[in-house]
Design a protein around this ligand. Structure first.
Ligand code: URA
Length: 263
């Protein structure tokens, strides 16, 4: 297999990050450890070092998120949050796109490679389809807010783990609270499960197309939330577009109602 073919194969397998400077052939067993030297007399114990800081967990994320009184503060807090390992492999934080005072917030899953480079959610192929879908009901990014469940790209575009989602959830809730929209749309199973945990293991196919209630930390009343298919799924499964169109019509109806009732 030539070098180019080998690289292509790696890409297909999701290898798109270099973790070490020098390549390591893991098929070759590691060299035997050096023979231990005869034991030296015990050295005097060094003074006890201060314990390393504990990794920040969801409680720390929740505490930090709650202190943020504006979207700018929230962006800064998330940018300096070191508790989520995804931050170490991502290029940058992908905070959000769209209006700070949007009436509608659309929640995706996690940034992909293009979003990671651009620092904006949904700029790749799925994002272009999302733009067209929004355009078909008279919406664009200036009128709505787009956020991801997880704001850093998982390496190789894998799904974020439950632990990563739990870590990032307080930031997502805080952003929704600060915007205080009238409605939410979740795209795909991951965002839907994160915002509608009481729906249990129900799949996106069962949940999509019906307005549900999302309980957001910091808001007194639940927000209406419409789960729908993720545009990346629609790109792979064009047959599902007709169902998504029904969801968009429902969304348009709700938005028209919101204009008249100012809910
Ligand atoms: N898919 C998502 O869920 N979010 C993005 O930002 C891009 C692709």
């Amino acid at each position: 297999m030539d070098m180019l073919e080998a690289l292509r194969l790696q890409l297909e397998w999701g290898v798109d990050e270099a973790l070490l400077d020098a390549p390591q052939d893991r098929r070759v067993s590691a060299p035997a450890p050096p023979t231990p030297l005869p034991a030296a007399p015990p050295a005097p114990r060094p003074a006890a070092k201060a314990p390393a800081p504990m990794p920040a967990g969801p409680a720390e994320a929740a505490r930090l998120a709650a202190t943020c009184q504006s979207l700018d503060e929230l962006r800064e807090a998330m940018d300096s949050f070191t508790g989520c390992a995804l931050r170490d492999t991502a290029t940058q934080l992908v905070f959000a796109d769209g209006a700070d005072d949007a009436r509608l917030v659309i929640i995706g899953e996690a940034p992909g490679a293009e979003e990671d480079r651009a620092g904006r959610p949904f700029v790749g192929a799925a994002g272009q389809l999302l733009d067209r879908m929004l355009g078909s009901i008279g919406l664009d990014r200036t009128k709505i807010r787009i956020i991801n469940t997880v704001p850093w790209r998982p390496p190789g575009n894998r799904n974020p783990t439950e632990a990563e989602i739990a870590l990032c959830l307080p930031f997502l809730h805080r952003q929704i609270t600060l915007i205080h929209p009238a409605a939410l749309v979740t795209l795909g199973a991951i965002a839907t499960k994160a915002l509608l945990p009481e729906q249990g293991a129900s799949g996106i196919r069962r949940l999509r197309g019906t307005w549900r209630e999302a309980h957001i930390t910091g808001l007194d009343a639940p927000l209406p939330c419409l789960p729908s298919y993720h545009p990346a799924y629609l790109l792979r499964t064009p047959m599902a577009k007709s169902e998504s169109w029904l969801d968009l019509l429902q969304l348009r109806e709700r938005l028209e109602l919101m204009i008249f009732t100012k809910s």
